[in-house]
Design a protein around this ligand. Structure first.
Ligand SMILES: [Zn+2]
Length: 357
């Protein structure tokens, strides 16, 4: 490899690390753009959010839906977070939200399900008198007939109705559907965390222990330990890459570029871990409000959720979700991690040990 190639490689790496470091804030940027369009009455009637349905794409959809349903959004479309609609939407229980997901075993969205859960309720008038929304999770599981049923509605959407399709395999959707949707990118195809790391996040939150100051501190410390593990993986991967570059290309990765790349990588992993923590507390709130059969991000924790929900009132459950949202926002803004965690978990009731605060 000549000197020019080496210079080009380094320029590429530096650009890649800059792009990756923006990624942490990318979700917020996309969300801000859609919210502003909505506030100006220029939002699309259907969005296809590409990304992890139980992670970034789901979080993006939730952020958009809160704007759609909020009774008094700000000038940039930011939801107030306090009205009844915001509260209900924070756990996806707004009466004008209609959710369509694949049936568990078949992983297919049947035409009957599409009609019953989405097309028919959306053609009726709104419960709250405002907007209605249809959320299709794992939209790549639509088959030809359910796609066609949805397509008819997309072609002539009922007034004041927004459609959000989520998929981590958007290329598997029929072109007739995707052409009706504005595509938004939730960052990457899937969560960046390994199954073991996801489990580590959830175990940190599920750790037993009586509720109170010590339990909250323990939860914050457990999360910090998971973050440390993610930081280590980001550093290892970057070192691996540097080694490959120097072996194959005979060039040394610039130290600053390598550090920036490792740090950007880590922030992406950490963001996905924080999204999982939000989903955990959202699940508890869902069980609290909708009972044991509520749709959950992590159904394997249903019994644990029920125990914790029993130890808290609904307001506490919502406050927990808000604390985790605040954590994600602080981390995206690069607030020092220990401070962000301490602040977030100081405002959380873990519900562990079955005793209320
Ligand atoms: Zn609101």
């Amino acid at each position: 490899m000549g000197q020019d190639d080496a210079v080009r490689q380094l320029a590429f790496l530096t650009a890649a690390s800059a792009a990756a470091s923006r990624k942490g804030g990318r979700l917020e940027t996309v969300l801000h753009r859609v919210r502003r369009a909505f506030a100006k009455g220029r939002a699309a009637c259907a969005y296809l959010a590409a990304g992890d349905v139980r992670g970034a794409a789901g979080a993006l959809a939730d952020g958009i839906l809160r704007t759609v349903f909020c009774a008094s959004p700000g000038p940039e479309g930011e939801p107030c977070g306090e009205c009844a609609s915001c509260r209900m939407q924070s756990i996806r229980l707004h009466p004008d939200l209609h959710i369509l997901s694949p049936e568990k075993k078949s992983r297919v969205i049947s035409v009957d399900a599409a009609r019953e859960k989405l097309v028919t309720p959306l053609s009726a008038s709104s419960f709250a008198g405002g907007w209605k929304a249809g959320l299709v999770e794992f939209a790549d599981c639509l088959n030809e007939s359910s796609s066609n049923a949805l397509l008819k509605t997309l072609e002539e959407p009922p007034p004041r109705t927004m459609f959000l399709l989520l998929s981590d395999r958007p290329e598997n959707l029929l072109a007739t559907i995707t052409s009706r949707c504005q595509r938004i990118d939730a960052g990457r195809a899937g969560s960046s965390l390994t199954d073991g790391e996801k489990e580590a996040v959830l175990s940190a939150l599920a750790a037993p222990g009586r509720d109170g100051v010590l339990a909250r501190a323990a939860a914050a410390a457990a999360m910090e330990a998971v973050f440390a593990q993610l930081e280590e993986r980001a550093a290892d991967e970057t070192a691996e890459e540097a080694k490959r570059l120097s072996g194959e290309g005979g060039i040394d990765m610039d130290k600053d570029a390598a550090a920036a790349l490792a740090s950007a990588r880590f922030r992406g992993y950490r963001r996905d871990a924080a999204i999982l923590a939000e989903a955990w507390f959202r699940d508890i709130a869902a069980v609290k409000c909708a009972g044991p059969d509520a749709p959950l991000a992590f159904p394997q924790y249903r019994d644990e959720y029920a125990r914790r929900a029993a130890a808290m009132d609904a307001a506490r459950c919502f406050a927990n979700v808000e604390a985790m949202e605040a954590l994600s926002e602080s981390l995206a803004r690069n607030v020092p991690q220990a401070a962000a965690l301490a602040a977030a978990f100081a405002n959380v009731a873990t519900g562990g040990g079955g005793r209320a605060e």
